[in-house]
Ligand binder design. Structure first.
Ligand code: SF4
Length: 96
C-alpha cells in the first residue's frame, strides 16, 4: 500500500439514489466494477435497496481476469464502459 492510498470502510451502493450514470465504473482504477443489464430494481422495503459488499460481489466467469489487471492493449476506459472488451489478452494475465 502506498502512502496516501485510501480505502473505503464501507462498500455499498444505495439504489434509492443511484442513477446508473456509470461514473463509479469509469473511476474505478482496478476495473473491479462493471455495469450489468439489471436496471429494473424494485422492492417493497427501502432497506433492501441499499446493497452491501456481499450483495455486490459476483463470481468471475470464464475469460474474466481477477482485478487489478492492466487494460486490454490499445483500449481505454471508454471501451470498458461500452462493454466492448469481451475477453482478456494474454499480456493481461498477470494474476491468473
Ligand atoms: S452508477 Fe455509480 S457513480 Fe453513478 S449514481 Fe450509481 S453508484 Fe453513483
Amino acid at each position: 500500500m502506498s502512502p496516501g492510498e485510501r480505502h473505503a470502510k464501507v462498500y455499498q451502493i444505495n439504489y434509492l439514489r443511484c442513477i446508473f450514470c456509470g461514473l463509479c465504473v469509469e473511476a474505478c482504477p482496478t476495473r473491479a466494477l462493471t455495469m450489468t443489464n439489471e436496471y429494473e430494481i424494485a422492492d417493497d422495503k427501502r432497506e433492501k435497496l441499499i446493497w452491501e459488499k456481499e450483495d455486490l460481489l459476483a463470481p468471475l466467469r470464464n475469460g474474466m481476469l481477477m482485478p487489478p489487471h492492466p487494460m486490454y492493449p490499445g483500449s481505454d476506459h471508454h471501451n470498458y464502459y461500452r462493454g466492448e472488451i469481451k475477453e482478456s489478452h494474454p499480456s493481461q494475465e498477470v494474476n491468473k
